[in-house]
Design a protein around this ligand. Structure first.
Ligand SMILES: [Zn+2]
Length: 679
């Protein structure tokens, strides 16, 4: 009776009543929501009238509201503010939620209605969005197993339920491996080489963990581990931190993910076979822009060879820095960032610790909002009175140029122990005109919080991440479709990184940096000389970074192209990289044993390539602004909003891009941007 999850949420913007929610509320609330949704589905399937768009498709899209709102709330908390109790609920719910999904999408009576409408689609006189919804929902049913014979259906549902449990355990293991690791630095000798900003955040991380005065802590959060590897003069500690970082999930303890990876790959291969595909990659790619392994591998190969050449040139510079420092040891992976930083300093006279004071978080958030104002007329009104799920969450009302409400934006910027790593956007509510729903969009980052009384200072890469997630946020906020299933970021996954990566381009614009990047102590704007050095150094290290990304994409594709799982996923990864000739000192963005994109859900399985795919689109799209002579050109911005950001999945992505650009995308702008275009 008193379960807050089951009551009307009457607070501002219909936000969940976070303060009242206890982990124990979820299980009974999900029980009620699943039962309610089952009843809706049965009623929809059993209705006597012939299927129509309204009584079947629109009705299906509008159904399961309680379950949807509950799921959004649950997964928001699980990702950003979890607890042992929530984790236990997550493990207990994974299988039943997957089973419910299968039961809905394999419902013979309901699918018969959807299928009948699909067969009549040419004669139904549908709007283009209605037609798209029909095709999308029909495909959702087919891909979830609606057409399988009864025996195959039950096996498929069992595979999906088991996969959901394995995905959950995988994600929880990664979180445990990450939050279980601390490199404690207690002497000046152990802090050797670390600049002031890094000491400050490492000290703050120690305070957050209740450690004594004088102790500094390096965690596996990117905003601590990456600068530590770049600056620590203690080679032994760099090695130790590196091994912990790349070893996540590849261990023999409680957080060993090797067997989980193997079983997930095996079950995915089986699921693909049930659908008549030779491997999971073929099944996954069927519902993408790329469509085939060949198209993906062609793109990966296009960057791989120039990236190898670029990294070989960078290697010379790194070896030069080692020689200059009198280092006689071999170049190991834990040495690369340290000497690359020195090479960068020598070549471009650019010092990361000199740049950071110009990038306080607050000002960069203001920059990100300002760009959205100039491009789309949006205004962001802080609502400090609206509470999120944690005190770190900031709420903003998003208003359109005419003052009308577009939605609510929540931002949670700081790393905390019970929060997953990385950065992501999610929706607490998707936009839908039919449901009268304005979007509620969340951005999560994992920045290391500044010391007490000091601002949080971002690296150039952190600012890029901030803008990236906000680009996804705009995709959710600017959504303007009738039906929820087609709203915002629910597009094909090799299209979804277009708005996010496109938005990154504005953070590097000199006029944006000149206006917002100011020294947090002196207020001085970013000096021209420093800006010029930043621009000049931009492509240095792109060979290394491109290889790290592409290596992960290649291993992902290779693992999902197998007809059965490899016996030893670690050996498979090593052999695949050896075949491609990845230099030992480079490593990968994500190794299989902690590759959350692939194994925490199926979201990006056989899909890590999508960042590069979308980069072709975003670099080409940004060129439309460059060609117009103004990166804030109002006509191009209006077209971007109209053709891409507002349409969600109501338009086929290739057609959406053509409507914006007037032609199909070309890859040269991406290669040029990465410095990989061969002369
Ligand atoms: Zn993204």
């Amino acid at each position: 009776m008193s379960n807050p999850l089951l009551q009307d949420w009457a607070g501002p913007h219909g936000l969940p009543p976070f303060a009242d929610i206890q982990p124990a509320h979820f299980q009974p609330a999900f029980d009620a929501a699943l039962a309610a949704h089952r009843a809706e589905i049965e009623a929809m399937a059993a209705q006597p009238g012939a299927p129509t768009f309204a009584n079947t498709l629109a009705a299906f899209d509008a159904s399961g509201r309680l379950l949807t709102r509950l799921s959004h709330t649950f997964y928001t908390l699980v990702a950003s503010a979890t607890s042992p109790e929530l984790q236990a609920s997550q493990r207990a719910l994974a299988g039943p939620l997957a089973a419910h999904h299968s039961a809905v999408y394999m419902h013979a009576g309901l699918f018969a209605r959807v299928d009948a409408l699909f067969e009549q689609r040419e004669t139904l006189d549908l709007t283009s969005e209605q037609r798209r919804l029909l095709e999308r929902i029909h495909l959702d049913f087919v891909r979830a197993g609606a057409r399988l014979v009864p025996d195959a259906k039950s096996r498929y549902a069992a595979v999906m339920a088991r996969l959901a449990e394995l995905n959950t355990r995988f994600a929880q293991n990664v979180l445990a491996a990450e939050s279980g690791y601390q490199l404690r630095l207690t002497t000046e000798d152990e802090l050797a080489g670390l600049p002031g900003f890094l000491r400050a955040v490492a000290r703050q991380a120690a305070i957050d963990r209740g450690l004594a005065e004088g102790v500094h802590v390096i965690t596996l959060s990117r905003s601590l581990i990456l600068p530590f590897l770049s600056f620590s003069a203690r080679r032994d500690l760099r090695e130790q931190a590196w091994r912990a970082w790349v070893g996540r999930g590849d261990d023999t303890g409680d957080t060993d993910n090797r067997a989980l990876c193997r079983e997930i790959l095996e079950l995915r291969a089986e699921a693909a076979r049930l659908h008549g595909h030779a491997c999971y990659a073929d099944f996954a790619l069927e519902d993408t822009m790329a469509r085939s392994q060949t198209a993906v591998m062609d793109l990966l190969e296009r960057v791989w060879h120039p990236a190898l050449a670029a990294q070989a040139r960078e290697r010379e510079a790194v070896l030069g820095a080692m020689a200059a420092a009198g280092a006689t040891h071999a170049l190991e992976p834990w040495d690369w960032r340290f000497y690359a930083e020195q090479a960068r300093r020598a070549r471009f006279e650019l010092d990361e610790s000199e740049v950071k004071p110009y990038f306080p978080l607050e000002r960069m958030v203001a920059a990100m909002f300002d760009c959205a104002g100039r491009l789309f007329g949006l205004q962001f009104k802080p609502r400090p009175d609206i509470a999120g799920y944690h005190a770190d969450v900031r709420a903003y009302e998003v208003l359109d140029a005419d003052g009308s409400l577009r939605g609510l934006f929540l931002q949670d910027n700081f790393a905390r122990p019970p929060k997953r790593s990385g950065a992501w956007m999610n929706a607490l509510r998707n936009q839908s005109r039919a449901l009268g729903a304005t979007p509620v969009i969340v951005n999560n980052n994992n920045f290391a919080r500044g010391a007490a009384g000091e601002p949080t200072l971002l690296s150039f890469d952190d600012v890029r991440t901030l803008f990236h997630e906000f680009g996804h946020g705009l995709h959710g906020l600017l959504s303007d479709v009738e039906h929820e299933r087609l709203a915002g970021t629910q597009v094909l996954r090799d299209f979804v990184e277009l708005p996010s990566q496109l938005y990154e381009h504005w953070m590097a614009e000199p006029q944006v940096l000149k206006k917002f990047a100011r020294h947090w102590q002196t207020g001085e704007p970013l000096p021209d000389a420093l800006l010029a050095k930043l621009q000049a150094a931009r492509q240095f290290g792109q060979g290394y970074e491109t290889l790290r990304y592409t290596a992960s994409a290649i291993v992902d594709m290779a693992a999902h192209a197998l007809p059965t799982a490899p016996a030893d996923v670690v050996a498979f990864e090593r052999e695949t990289l050896a075949k491609w000739g990845l230099p030992d000192e480079v490593g990968m963005n994500h190794r299989l044993t902690h590759f959350q994109h692939l194994f925490s859900s199926s979201g990006y399985a056989a899909g890590y390539y999508v960042y590069l795919w979308a980069e072709v689109l975003d670099c080409d799209a940004f060129d439309a602004f460059v060609e117009a002579g103004d990166v804030f050109d109002p006509a191009v911005a209006a077209r971007l909003r109209e053709c891409i950001l507002s349409v969600g999945n109501s338009v086929e992505p290739g057609a959406a891009f053509r409507a914006f650009r007037g032609r199909d995308p070309i890859a040269d702008p991406m290669l040029k941007d990465r410095g990989l275009l061969e002369a």
